[in-house]
Design a protein around this ligand. Structure first.
Ligand SMILES: O=P(O)(O)OC[C@H]1O[C@H](OP(=O)(O)OP(=O)(O)O)[C@H](O)[C@@H]1O
Ligand code: HPA
Length: 185
């Protein structure tokens, strides 16, 4: 169904700003510094989780100062909706990472089913170690496992539906240069 652009515009007009561009950029700098310290001699394969991980990955990668290979994978659970369902693999990794360290970069750890499935996949495919980096970790009690955490986290946010910096509202506003929460959600 074609998007109702008036509705999409209204979502942005009424949204609450959770983090400004400057705050998000500072968080990306912090994560880059942590990754540079931890993975500098690990020769990792770095995977961007499409689509949401695109902007965080792009910005982060330019701040990583050691040799690495980069690729992408696409697993989707929300399919442009605001609640998650079954995980659907749209593109599995094509490069071999047998006995390699892997860094998975995604926009958000929400319930964590997506990241859990991707990490399991990488381990089954022979990765020697799997590291995870997310721009946002949403704070609530519905994680796939109670102890589920990413190794590198940009910012923590409240339990609301958020968009911007790669995260979408019904397929839109991934391009928004800040982190916003939908009014009433
Ligand atoms: O922690 P979870 O509850 O599993 O949710 C997080 C995942 O959901 C979003 O992807 P989505 O399925 O919307 O696909 P997309 O990136 O293509 O929008 C987001 O990019 C994460 O990959
Ligand atoms: O709050 C969210 N916003 C955008 N995409 C998401 N995927 C999981 N949670 C979210």
């Amino acid at each position: 169904m074609p998007a109702n652009l008036e509705h999409i515009q209204q979502i942005m007009a009424e949204a609450d700003t959770l983090f400004s561009t400057e705050e998000v950029e500072a968080a990306i700098d912090r994560v880059a510094e942590q990754i540079n310290q931890k993975l500098f001699d690990s020769n990792p394969v770095v995977f961007c989780v499409m689509n949401g991980g695109l902007i965080f990955s792009g910005k982060l990668l330019t701040k990583l100062t050691f040799p690495l290979e980069q690729s992408y994978l696409h697993a989707s659970r929300y399919r442009n909706e605001t609640s998650g369902g079954e995980l659907f693999w749209k593109a599995k990794p094509e490069v071999s990472f047998m006995d390699r360290e892997v860094l998975i970069i995604d926009d958000i750890l929400d319930e964590g089913h997506t990241l859990t499935a991707i990490v399991d996949f990488c381990k089954r495919a022979g990765a020697s170690k799997v590291h995870t980096a997310v721009l946002m970790d949403k704070q609530h009690e519905r994680k796939a496992r109670p102890d589920l955490k990413a190794d590198f986290v940009g910012l923590y946010c409240e339990d609301r539906y958020i968009f911007g910096y790669g995260m979408d509202y019904k397929g839109y506003w991934r391009n928004a240069a800040g982190i916003y929460a939908v009014k009433g959600m």
